[in-house]
Design a protein around this ligand. Structure first.
Ligand SMILES: [Zn+2]
Length: 244
């Protein structure tokens, strides 16, 4: 066993911390919440659009009804006048006026009927969307809770690992930790690894027989040196410290 052995455990904790951070950043619960929120916003926007449309339709209906009231009054007026005129040409003119207003009223009636149908249609769509919004709001709430719970679990795991790291680190020579930190800051792969067979567990490349025997020789010297000028075994491929 070389002097680097204790660092291996520290590296394992750090790797676990890194994996945890990655896991926390890519939680499926976060993706679900984002999707649930987007779906809700889309439905709300559709709902608002239809409400605006319905308001316009209703205003149009009111306007048509007002126009028809005017038509009724006009017809009444012309009918009254018709009773008092004697000249046939005047009567004919009045009848023509009445007919024109009747056509207008009938056109308005047709328009209103179509608008009423449209308004009913909008009403039912709006109701459907309202129900959808309620259920989507529940989904968002549920997804929020799920994410919160997942984050709480992550936080608890992190605290456990942090405590474990302090414990492990407290048992290692600070000079060694400093070396480890320096190496770790320069890379994303593990700074300390052991060998599985002839394979470095940081870069997963095989070491040659020659490289291996040279490192074994170095480790023998490593243990006999004092900390200050010790030379530690490093992987010839990825430069990490190797526990051999
Ligand atoms: Zn390596």
């Amino acid at each position: 066993m070389g002097l680097l052995q204790p660092l291996l455990q520290l590296q394992r904790v750090d790797t676990a911390l890194l994996q945890l951070a990655h896991h926390q950043a890519s939680l499926a619960e976060r993706t679900s919440l984002t999707a649930a929120k987007a779906a809700l916003v889309a439905t709300q926007s559709k709902h608002n659009k239809l409400l605006t449309e319905l308001k316009a339709v209703k205003e149009e209906i009111v306007a048509l009804e007002a126009a028809n009231k005017k038509c009724e009054l006009a017809i009444q007026k012309y009918s009254q006048q018709l009773k008092t005129v004697i000249a046939p040409r005047e009567a004919e003119a009045l009848q023509h006026e009445i007919e024109t207003v009747r056509v207008e009223r009938s056109g308005n009636d047709d328009k209103e009927l179509a608008l009423l149908e449209n308004s009913e249609n909008l009403d039912s769509q709006i109701l459907e969307l309202s129900e959808q919004i309620v259920s989507q709001q529940a989904s968002v709430e549920q997804a929020t809770l799920a994410l919160k719970s997942a984050l709480t679990t992550c936080e608890a795991d992190k605290q456990k690992l942090d405590a474990q790291r302090s414990q492990v680190a407290s048992e290692i020579d600070p000079k060694l930790i400093k070396l480890y930190d320096m190496k770790r800051n320069k890379r994303t792969t593990p700074a300390v690894a052991d060998l599985h067979g002839t394979k470095c567990q940081s870069c997963h490349l095989d070491l040659s027989v020659v490289e291996l025997s040279a490192l074994k020789k170095l480790v023998k010297n490593e243990t006999s040196e004092t900390d200050g000028n010790a030379v530690y075994a490093e992987c010839p491929n990825c430069d990490c410290y190797l526990v051999i």
